[in-house]
Design a protein around this ligand. Structure first.
Ligand SMILES: NC(=O)c1ccc[n+]([C@@H]2O[C@H](COP(=O)([O-])OP(=O)(O)OC[C@H]3O[C@@H](n4cnc5c(N)ncnc54)[C@H](OP(=O)(O)O)[C@@H]3O)[C@@H](O)[C@H]2O)c1
Length: 226
């Protein structure tokens, strides 16, 4: 574990997406906190992830304690709980970078969501004291858990009105083996969420669980993580 790296909390990190992100960042040497509404559930998941990696760098905490202790918080609560979770964590998130990974798309009836983007909604609700970034909405949970030290065949579109915050998250995505690009302001994130509707449809039609996206024609130092 590298003490100079930011501490990352994954709020609602006990489901499908959160543990995969946690494994990749812990593998890369980050100190991780799994957040949950229930302390015991968070601790059980953290213990299992530590066991899988043979490390002791993943802790489990209630979401509010996790958010207070972290530098960067990644929100992976089920999309129906988005507003409720943000309202409950508003004070704990002040001063943090908050990454919204949620996509308001129903798995059983995938359709593109309407504006505002979930991350724009989050920024409005949390206020200017929280630096909101939208990212990871298109990273399939199933892809995260394979080949932990290797690259994932996916690109991450990072949207924020705060470029330095977006660059921190691009760095974090690269550390987890993903290619990542700055893709404009928070309002653009509604398009990224909408891609989830397409990815679910691709998964269903082609019988896979790992459909994702790739950007072509852009060469930047930040896109060389492959
Ligand atoms: N699955 C994917 O492949 C994928 C990929 C990219 C992005 N995402 C996004 O990531 C988010 C989570 O997806 P997931 O598949 O990991 O979902 P999930 O497994 O169904 O649920 C994630 C977590 O949400 C928390 N939760 C449930 N109801 C809640 C409530 N009322 N208030 C607060 N927290 C609640 C639960 O944590 P506790 O019970 O421990 O509190 C649960 O473990 C979604 O918004 C999704 O769009 C998913």
């Amino acid at each position: 574990m590298n003490e100079s790296r930011p501490r990352v909390a994954i709020l609602g990190g006990t489901g499908k997406e959160g543990p995969g992100l946690a494994l990749r960042w812990a593998y890369a040497g980050y100190s991780i906190i799994i957040g949950s509404r229930q302390l015991e559930k968070a601790q059980t998941v953290a213990q299992e992830l530590n066991r899988q990696l043979g490390v002791n760098s993943i802790q489990g905490m209630e979401n509010s304690a996790a958010a207070r202790l972290a530098d960067i918080c990644v929100l992976t609560v089920v999309q129906a709980a988005h507003q409720q979770a943000l309202e409950g964590l508003k004070q704990d998130l002040q001063g943090k970078v908050m990454v919204d990974a949620t996509a308001r798309v129903d798995f059983s009836d995938p359709r593109p969501p309407s504006p505002p983007a979930a991350a724009r909604y989050a920024q409005n609700l949390l206020g200017p004291g929280v630096r909101v970034v939208a990212a990871f909405q298109n990273v399939p949970a199933h892809a995260l858990k394979k080949n932990l030290g290797g690259a994932i065949d996916t690109d991450v579109l990072v949207c924020s009105d705060d470029l330095p915050a977006a660059e921190e998250i691009i760095h974090l995505a690269k550390a987890a083996g993903m290619r990542a690009y700055f893709a404009g302001g928070l309002d653009n994130a509604v398009v990224v969420e909408g891609l989830t509707s397409i990815l679910i449809s691709l998964n269903k039609h082609y019988g896979t669980r790992t459909a994702s996206i790739e950007i072509t024609g852009v060469q930047t130092p930040l896109s060389q993580a492959k």
